[in-house]
Write a new protein. Structure first.
Ligand code: GLV
Ligand code: MG
Length: 338
């Protein structure tokens, strides 16, 4: 029986990054499907072939009367298919719901050997992760599983945000965090009504360019999620786990979806949720570094030789810290190409 700790490779002395490292697996999109819907169950193998992570959703968006059908549908999908390199995840019901315990018990017992990660919603603090961790340890031992199931928490309450650092380090099973903007907005009493994305009222107005109060001025809509993503990314990076942006509910607005995903990518997130096939392609494009940026990063690394000192390249100063940034970009491009 392996312990979750065996999963993590200690970094070499002097390595730039955190205390432990999750083995790399492409994770640009967590694609949600509803296993209570027989059509989606039938389509799951086809969808799995085009995504990095396929997630059977048991929580919100599945009607209460369909919770058991969803659980059974996911068991069927996992038993009938081998998804190869594609990761299989589930989002279980919350720990205070009537279904959370049965979700964990059934799924680990029936398909624990197929499940890579369990996403736990509405995590409020490290105690929620401790509970899941101990329960998984028992269920894995009973089922004779050889590989620990990892845990991913959704940040979607003000209390969860407040405890974000402790959640990240609550167990060696922690794989990452997602931002859950819809529940978080409700819990914080924000005045939004959609799932993720911006709001036309959240903006900054430029001072009038000619000094007159009614003079010409531009208006810039702001990112409602900037602070939250930044806080989540720091907590994850410090703990060596992976940050993800969550859902973008306006499926038709592919442009704004791409902007939201790109903001998250630029701030350090590794992926986002996809709720519809159009969002799979957006996530793939956004969370894979742009080839032009990779070429530029490679040129900086080469020009910097041993990586120390300073150079001017195209009028811009580059030094040891720019080499480290460029290495992030180049190594992600290599990992995704493998
Ligand atoms: C996701 O679960 C969200 O609440 O945004
Ligand atoms: Mg939610």
């Amino acid at each position: 029986m392996h312990s979750p700790r065996d999963f993590y490779r200690p970094l070499a002395v002097g390595a730039p990054d955190p205390v432990r490292e999750i083995p790399f697996r492409p994770s640009r999109m967590i694609h949600f499907f509803d296993p209570s819907n027989p059509k989606m169950v039938a389509k799951a193998p086809q969808i799995a072939a085009g995504v990095d992570i396929l997630l059977g959703n048991l929580e919100d968006a599945v009607k209460s009367e369909n919770k058991e059908a969803a659980r059974a549908g996911l068991v069927q999908v996992a038993k009938e298919n081998d998804f190869g390199e594609t990761q299989l995840w589930t989002r279980v019901n919350s720990l205070d719901s009537p279904w959370g315990l049965d979700d964990l018990t059934t799924l680990v017992t029936e398909i624990g050997d197929k499940l890579d990660v369990i996403m736990v919603p509405k995590v409020e603090g490290p105690e929620d992760i401790h509970y899941v961790d101990r329960l998984l340890a028992q269920l894995e031992a009973k089922a004779g599983l050889q590989r620990p199931i990892l845990v991913h928490a959704i940040l979607e309450t003000a209390r969860g945000m407040t405890n974000v650092e402790d959640i990240c380090t609550a167990s060696p099973r922690m794989q990452g965090l997602s931002l859950g903007p819809a529940d978080l907005a409700a819990n914080r009493r924000m005045k939004t009504t959609r799932v993720g994305g911006g709001h036309p009222g959240y903006l900054v107005r430029q001072d009038p360019t000619d000094g007159a109060i009614d003079g010409p001025r531009s208006v810039y809509q702001q990112d409602l999620w900037h602070y939250t993503i930044g806080r989540m990314v720091d907590a994850c990076a410090a703990a060596g786990i992976l940050p993800f942006y969550g859902p973008f509910g306006d499926i038709k607005d592919v442009v704004a979806c791409e902007d939201q995903f790109r903001n998250a990518f630029l701030l350090g997130c590794v992926g986002a949720w996809s709720l519809h096939p159009v969002q799979i392609e957006i996530a793939k494009r956004v969370f894979s570094p742009d080839p032009a940026d990779v070429l530029h990063a490679q040129a900086v690394i080469e020009a910097m030789g041993d990586g120390s000192g300073a150079l001017m390249i195209d009028g811009k100063m580059e030094d040891d810290a720019s080499v480290k940034q460029c290495q992030v970009m180049v190594s992600l491009a290599h990992q995704l190409a493998e």
